[in-house]
Design a protein around this ligand. Structure first.
Ligand code: ATP
Ligand code: MG
Ligand code: MG
Length: 587
């Protein structure tokens, strides 16, 4: 694969590799085991990164960015990327999401197996260690059980201009704190009645260092640990420990965690000082989130779209979930290229959706077969057909390359008959200026076929055109000598009525009418695009008669299409439009 553009994260990793920062790291055993660090072998991985999703929803395009960034850096620098389920929050997490996340990371082309072992981890497997770490902080006088109400705690935290106020429980003795914390663990106190807090500095200018809560009481069944625990670690406490136990070197997260970094370092330094963790410790680095125009990537908002039935499900082809993008027909290579092309920066930037479509076209252009399809069909009757070809039953064979630049992909074949399907927009009774297609008296070429001359049309009682009529100009077949004797300006795509395959064609467009649907607190549902899904009945050339699900094509003049991975049947084709041939997104 091509050399990746430089970004600041690469510079950091290269600096660390050069300095040998992580060279002599011990690694071995199972993360979270007591002997983990003691039993260390030198780590075969030069760097360790991780993708740490919370299994509380489906992955979206923003996650793809993070996946490709982390797995890509690991690949490029001789390391490994862990897939870690950050499942410390018992209420919202489900096995269904765990499975879907694994499937999508694999679909994107990444592998967490490296150096002979799978690197798939669950944060919940470290609950014992986390509990021990919490007691260690208490013993060091660095954590206390606070029995203030949540309201009192909030009020005493202060704000950007006012320092916080110490809790009346802040100066409890170690013994008192240990006893209380064990009571919390043993289920002797009600949910929400008290929390364990790190004891740092209630006057810190960084509000995250004003004695953050690190354990809370929550009676909820956990998908992995069941009812073993009624206390659970807070994310800010759990995450650094997960990283350290897995011997992560570079812990890459999005910008909103920047203010958490001092606590990340405080916690790990103190646990290392207490002998629970070993140096060198992981370091956190932040990069700007991916925001794609015309897309929302908040899990809560995506869930709302599903729950309120604005879309069919999580994998609706209009959804920016990876499941939706896959169904829509985007390729893993296109998603990876978009992630690469957008780099990593220190600001949250909006990326134009066209970046994704450009990556898609770049991927598909050279590899997918071409085909003709008629999406808005009207019949074309060739009135002199029997005369020219000897009989109305005659089928005049035509062929075309499957791909214009790849003869090795072979030829497609189809045939002419007396009736064809053409696009309704290719006929005009009274041609507008510059119209080179069918109008009475004009000649055009049927692509890969003959030149025809339009003679008129048939209409129903409402004046709607029901058929266009034309005559075949003999001896003008494409690829035969003299084919060019008759000059025409228009070339039409078509499908035979006798051999065309009827298909349901789903035409998708952007889900929102505004580039930043949820900007400035706007209700994103108020800018839903009512025309984001249109279903039409069209016809496909016969080469598509046995297409499997998830087969991609370029329909000449229309764009890129894919057979739907769930609804498509060879005897009842269902096709999704992935995107047009040209960028129609940019405003
Ligand atoms: P959401 O806000 O949609 O709920 P999340 O960040 O809470 O997403 P996690 O499951 O915790 O969801 O995310 C896993 C990883 O993906 C995190 O490291 C997070 O920073 C990263 N991530 C999530 N959204 C984006 C984005 N838009 N751009 C880049 N990385 C992202
Ligand atoms: Mg999260
Ligand atoms: Mg979030």
């Amino acid at each position: 694969e091509a050399v990746k553009p430089a970004n600041f994260l690469r510079a950091i990793i290269e600096r660390d590799l050069e300095a040998g920062t992580y060279t002599h790291r011990p690694y071995g055993g199972t993360p979270g085991d007591a002997a983990h660090h003691a039993a260390g072998q030198p780590d075969p991985a030069k760097v360790r990164l991780r993708f740490p999703p919370e299994p509380n929803g489906y992955l979206h395009v923003g996650h793809a960015k993070s996946i490709c960034l982390n797995f890509g850096l690991a690949r490029d620098y001789g390391g490994v990327c862990h897939l870690r389920f950050d499942d410390t929050n018992p209420e919202k997490e489900e096995q269904e999401y765990v499975d879907a996340i694994e499937e999508m990371v694999k679909w994107l082309g990444w592998d967490w197996n490296a150096f002979g072992t799978p690197h798939l981890y669950y944060a919940s497997n470290y609950f014992d260690f986390m509990y021990r770490a919490a007691e260690t902080l208490i013993e060091r006088g660095q954590a206390y059980v606070d029995e203030q109400t949540p309201e009192e705690m909030r009020a005493n935290r202060g704000d950007f201009t006012t320092p916080g106020t110490n809790s009346p429980f802040r100066d409890r003795t170690v013994a008192e704190n240990l006893a209380r914390f064990r009571e919390m663990r043993d289920g002797q106190h009600a949910d929400g009645s008290m929390v364990l807090r790190a004891k740092i500095d209630m006057a810190s200018p960084n509000i995250n260092l004003r004695d953050p809560a690190i354990y809370r009481i929550r009676r909820a069944t956990h998908h992995n640990t069941g009812d073993k625990w009624c206390i659970y670690p807070m994310y800010t406490f759990a995450h650094p420990i997960e990283d350290a136990l897995e011997r992560i070197t570079h812990s890459i997260c999005t910008l909103e965690f920047e203010d958490q970094r001092p606590f990340y370092d405080w916690l790990l330094e103190n646990l290392a000082d207490a002998g629970l963790l070993a140096h060198p410790l992981p370091k956190q680095y932040e990069f700007g989130r991916l925001n794609l125009s015309y897309v929302v990537t908040s899990k809560r908002k995506l869930k709302q779209l599903v729950d309120e039935k604005h879309v069919s499900d999580w994998d609706d082809p209009r959804m920016p979930t990876l499941a939706g993008m896959r169904r829509r027909g985007y390729t893993p290579a296109a998603v990876r290229k978009m992630a690469d092309d957008t780099g990593a920066s220190k600001t949250n930037a909006w990326i134009d959706y066209s970046v994704l479509d450009i990556a898609l076209r770049a991927d598909l252009e050279e590899q997918v077969p071409r085909a003709m399809a008629v999406i808005d069909p009207v019949q074309l009757k060739l009135t002199n057909y029997a005369e020219v070809f000897g009989s109305a039953e005659h089928r005049e064979p035509c062929s075309a390359p499957a791909h214009p630049h790849h003869p090795e992909l072979g030829q497609r074949s189809f045939s002419l008959g007396p009736a064809l399907w053409i696009e309704r927009e290719d006929f005009a009774e009274v041609p507008p200026k510059g119209f080179f297609r069918l109008f009475p008296g004009n000649k055009v070429r049927l692509k890969y076929g003959y030149v025809i001359e339009c003679t008129g049309c048939e209409k129903d009682a409402n004046g709607t055109v029901t058929a266009v009529t034309a005559t075949v100009v003999p001896d003008t077949k494409s690829g035969t000598p003299g084919a060019d004797a008759v000059k025409v300006k228009g070339v039409l795509t078509w499908v035979g009525v006798h051999d065309g395959v009827p298909a349901e064609i789903r035409l998708f467009d952007r889900l929102f009418t505004e580039a930043q649907p949820d900007a400035g607190g706007r209700d994103f549902l108020s800018v839903l695009n009512p025309g984001s899904k249109k279903i039409v009945q069209g016809y496909l050339e016969p080469s598509l008669a046995h297409a499997p699900p998830e087969a991609r094509y370029q329909f000449e003049r229309h764009g890129y299409f894919v057979t739907d991975r769930l609804d498509h049947r060879a005897d009842a084709p269902v096709i999704n439009r992935i995107t047009g041939l040209r960028d129609s997104w940019a405003k």
